[in-house]
Ligand binder design. Structure first.
Ligand SMILES: [Zn+2]
Length: 218
C-alpha cells in the first residue's frame, strides 16, 4: 500500500476511535433522524479548500457540492427528450427542496486553477482539457467585471479580482433557479458569497450593500 493510502486509512482509524468515543450520540442521531444540514455549500474541488476541514464543521453541518472553481451554472430547463447531466444543479435541488437548507454559500478561494483557466481563455490563450474550458466559461463575464472594477489589474492581482467576481456570477446564477429565487424572496433561504484567501489565512464575506468583500471576524 502506498504511503498516501496508508495515511488515509490511518486517518479513518483515528476518526473512528475518536467518533465512537466522543461523537457516538451525534452519529446515532444523524442515522436515526437523517441528515438535516442548514447549509449547502458550493466549494472548489481544490485539495486545499475542503470546507469541512477549513471551517471545522461537524458531520451533518454542511451539504457540500464541490466542482471546478466552485461554480453555479445558470438554471436550464431540460429540452424534451434531451438527456443532460447537471450534477451541481441536481445537488442544489436536493439540498433546497428535500433538505430545506436555510443558507446557500458559494465558497470561492484564492489561487483557483479553474478561475485561472477562465482568465487564460478570456485573454485569448488556449485552455487545456475537453471539459474544463466549457465549464469555466460559466464565469467568463467575471473577467470583464474585474476589469471594470480595476482596469489596471493584471497577473496575480487580476486573478484575485476575477476569483471574487466569479463568486458574484455564481450568486446571480443561483437566483435563476426558480426554487431558490422563490425561497429567497419568501426569506426562508439566504445566499452568501464567501472567499478564502489561502495564502493569508483570511475569510471574507460579500456585502451586497457595499459591493465589497469584507473580512469575517468573530
Ligand atoms: Zn479553485
Amino acid at each position: 500500500m502506498t504511503a498516501i493510502l496508508n495515511k488515509l486509512i490511518f486517518g479513518f482509524t483515528h476518526f473512528r476511535e475518536r467518533y465512537s468515543s466522543q461523537r457516538k450520540d451525534l452519529y446515532r442521531r444523524l442515522v436515526r433522524e437523517g441528515q438535516k444540514p442548514k447549509i449547502v455549500m458550493i466549494a472548489c474541488a481544490d485539495s486545499r479548500v475542503d470546507p469541512a476541514i477549513v471551517l471545522q464543521a461537524d458531520p451533518g453541518d454542511i451539504f457540500a457540492i464541490r466542482n471546478v472553481a466552485n461554480l453555479v451554472p445558470p438554471y436550464e430547463e431540460p429540452e424534451d427528450g434531451e438527456i443532460s447531466y447537471h450534477g451541481t444543479s441536481a445537488a442544489l435541488e436536493f439540498a433546497v427542496e428535500q433538505l430545506d437548507v436555510e443558507h446557500v454559500i458559494v465558497f470561492g478561494h484564492a489561487h483557483c486553477s479553474g478561475v485561472k483557466a477562465m482568465v487564460q481563455g478570456q485573454e485569448g490563450n488556449p485552455v487545456a482539457g475537453r471539459f474544463v474550458p466549457s465549464w469555466t466559461s460559466i464565469v467568463n463575464k467575471a473577467y470583464d467585471m474585474a476589469k471594470a472594477k480595476n482596469p489596471t489589474a493584471e497577473g496575480e492581482e487580476l486573478d484575485r479580482c476575477c476569483e471574487r467576481q466569479a463568486v458574484l456570477v455564481s450568486l446571480e446564477n443561483l437566483m435563476t433557479f426558480p426554487f431558490i429565487r422563490q425561497r429567497v424572496e419568501a426569506k426562508t433561504l439566504q445566499i452568501h458569497g464567501w472567499y478564502l484567501d489561502i495564502a493569508e489565512g483570511q475569510l471574507s464575506s460579500y456585502n451586497a450593500a457595499e459591493d465589497k468583500f469584507e473580512t469575517v471576524v468573530i
